[in-house]
Structure formats: C-alpha cells, structure tokens
Design a protein around this ligand. Structure first.
Ligand code: CP3
Length: 357
C-alpha cells in the first residue's frame, strides 16, 4: 500500500497515535462536549447529567455536537469517569454548583470488602450502547475515543466523597491503611480494565485513562501506591492493540514513571513545555497537549501565538496530537475553540518545502 492510500484509509488522529506521518496535526479537546456550548446547555435544562449519560441516544447526540460545531479530528464519548462507581455501590450525585458528591464514601478496609463486583455489560451497558450508536453516526474520518478514570483519581472521589485540593483522606488511607488502599486500587484497576476492554469491543477506536489528579503525589509515592495498578489497567487494554492515551496534570516529575505504567500516547498539561516533556517521555511515544485552557479566553493574537508555540515545540516529529492541557472551562467562548481547530490545521499543513512557522 502506498503512503497516499494509507493516509486516505486511516484518520489522522489514529495515524498520529501510531507516530505515522500526517497531512495536518490532529486536534480535539478534553471536555469538548459541555456547558460552553449552547446546544448542550439547552439539553441540560431538560435532563440531568446522569440522565444524559444513561440514555444512549442523548449521550450520542451530545458527543456529536462538538464534532459538527468545531470540525475536530476525534470524538470523545459523553460519559463521566465516576459512572463505574455506581454499580460499585456509590450513591453518586452531581449536585448543582458542587460537582460530584458520593454520599457513602469508602473509608475502611471493611468498606472496600463490601464493594460488589461489576458486570460491565449488565451494569454499564448504556455506555456501550452509546458507543455502538456513535460508530454508525460518526463520519469515518472521526474516530471515537472511549475513556475511564485512572485508579488514583477515581479512588480519590470514592474516598473523599467529593472533589478535594489536599487529598487528606485519600493519602490518609494510602499511608495509614496500605492494605485497604491496595485492595481498593486492585478492585478499581480490575473494573476499569474490564470497562475499557468492553468499550473497545463495542467500537471505541482509542481510549484515554484520565488520572487527572495523580500529580498530587511524589514520584516515590506514585511508584509505590499507584503505578502497579495503572499498569494493570493499561497492560490489559494495550493487549487489544488500540491506542491508549495516559493523561494526568502536574506531572513534570512523574512522566518517566507514567511511561513505565503504560500508554502509547502521553497526555501532558501546560506546566511543562511540550518539547521538554517529549524528551522526558522518550520519542518512542506519541504526545498529546498542551495549550493552557485559559489561553482560550485571550485576544486572538495571543491565542494564535500560544497555538504556534505548542506546534513549534512539537516540531516536525511525528506523533503530536494537539489538545489542551486539561478540560475546556464552561465560560470558554465557542468561537475561540473553533479558531484553534482552524489554526492548528492551517499552521501544521505539511507541504513539500514548506518552511515551518
Ligand atoms: O467532552 C468530554 O470530554 C466527554 C465528557 C466527560 C465528562 N466528564 C462529562 C461531564 C469527561 C471526559 C469527563 C471526565 C471527568 N469527570 C474527569 C477527568 C477529566 C478532568 O476534568 O480532569 C473528572 C475528574 C470528572 C469528575 C467530574 N465530573 C467533576 C469533577 C465534575 C464537576 C466539575 C464540572 O466540570 O462541572 C463532573 C461533571 C461533568 N462531567 C460535567 C460534564 C460535561 C459538567 C456537569 C454538567 O453538565 O452539569
């Protein structure tokens, strides 16, 4: 097969995940479906977040909204990292203005031992159904990304019962009840791996592990308390041969350990220059990132300079997927998000003899 035929057959997002040459740098955004879009806000007036997630037709519709409005190179399934906690017994509520709340947090080894096993098809079948719908509705050049939370990040919500800045109870269990901690993370790793495997079998063409908050740990603690569990998840998923994006924030000191845990693409935030991160990770992996989500609020020329800088740091190496360093914020102007897609595609156009930026 010649190069041209391969470009036509495989979407540029999937090519970049495999570090194959691309015609333009692919771009998508974490949290690209959400409150910054008027169509989403309208749907939220009629349905709660959990209702949208649990009705596959609605979840599919919300997933498609940014694909239509922005022209991104990948779709991310509309769901939430906390959904698998519901069949694990968590009384989960998304309280308006408060984010997620779990009314019966896990605090002891006894609590961990009471967590029931999860049957993904039976308990989370609505997510798999949304994936099946999306694979028939998405254009072939826009792959579908499935996802799960990383074991540390999911555990932190289950233990704290809500978002936290300090991770007091999470680290409390880690340090003071290591047996309970490892039992819990082992259970989560098993369930999250089953969940991701089921998503891939239903049609997800790539998956992202969102271990968003693991940067709260020192490298030594990451290695002792989290790495083996993340590795369990990523090993099982990577055996299926689809790209796996391993994402977290605040990870300048953790990148080499995260690489060891697994993933074929590393997601990095804006706190580390992309080229520095890539050296740390090693050039055998693809990289995703890393525009500051707040750059989307800036004047057009500032935004353009920021986009150019990220592309310049990626350079001509294959394997860069343009994204933010974390999710889009609800007050983000949609037209700036659209502009970034256009800029990334225009500035990264690969022409023979083109002088890069
Ligand atoms: O477009 C997409 O990216 C897909 C949908 C998606 C949601 N949550 C829907 C959602 C994804 C990928 C997530 C992941 C998620 N959820 C993470 C990891 C990514 C990250 O931001 O670090 C985390 C930590 C959560 C847990 C969670 N869910 C929190 C902390 C909150 C409240 C904060 C907030 O942004 O409102 C949610 C709610 C949530 N999940 C919303 C959406 C669109 C907003 C709620 C609403 O619509 O009312």
């Amino acid at each position: 097969m010649n190069e041209g035929a391969a470009t036509g057959a495989m979407p540029r997002f999937l090519r970049a995940c495999q570090r194959l040459p691309v015609d333009r740098t692919p771009v998508w955004f974490m949290r690209q479906a959400g409150r910054y879009m008027a169509v989403y806000r309208t749907m939220r007036e009629k349905h709660s977040l959990l209702e949208i997630c649990r009705q596959p037709e609605l979840a599919a519709e919300v997933t498609l909204q940014p694909v239509k409005a922005l022209g991104v190179d990948a779709a991310i399934l509309f769901a939430d990292i906390l959904l698998p906690l519901i069949p694990m017994g968590a009384e989960l509520e998304f309280a308006p203005g408060h984010g997620p709340v779990i009314h019966n947090p896990v605090r002891s080894h006894k609590d961990v031992s009471r967590i029931p096993p999860v049957d993904v098809e039976g308990d989370l079948g609505y997510v798999l159904k949304a994936i099946r719908i999306l694979r028939t509705e998405l254009p072939p050049e826009v792959p579908l990304i499935g996802f799960a939370g990383g074991p540390f990040t999911v555990a932190s919500y289950l233990i704290e019962g809500r978002a936290t800045r300090t991770f007091e109870r999470t680290k409390g269990m880690m340090y003071s009840a290591p047996n309970a901690w490892h039992a819990l993370l082992g259970r989560l790793a098993h369930t999250l791996a089953d969940y991701l495997v089921a998503q891939i079998e239903a049609g997800a063409q790539a998956v992202q592990l969102f271990d968003s908050w693991v940067g709260a740990l020192s490298p030594a603690d990451y290695r002792a308390y989290v790495l083996p569990h993340s590795a369990t998840v990523l090993r099982r998923v990577q055996a299926l041969g689809v790209p796996t994006i391993h994402f977290a924030t605040n990870t300048a000191a953790l990148l080499s350990s995260m690489r060891e845990a697994g993933g074929t693409v590393m997601g990095v935030d804006w706190r580390i220059p992309l080229d520095v991160a890539w050296k740390e990770i090693g050039e055998g992996l693809a990289i995703q990132g890393n525009l500051d989500p707040l750059a989307l609020f800036s004047p057009r020329e500032v935004l353009e300079a920021q986009v150019r800088r990220v592309l310049r740091e990626a350079g001509d190496r294959p394997g860069h997927i343009f994204n933010l360093g974390h999710g889009i914020l609800p007050a983000t102007p949609v037209e700036n998000v659209q502009a970034v897609v256009e800029m990334v595609h225009a500035f990264s156009l690969k022409e023979p003899g083109k002088v890069v930026l």
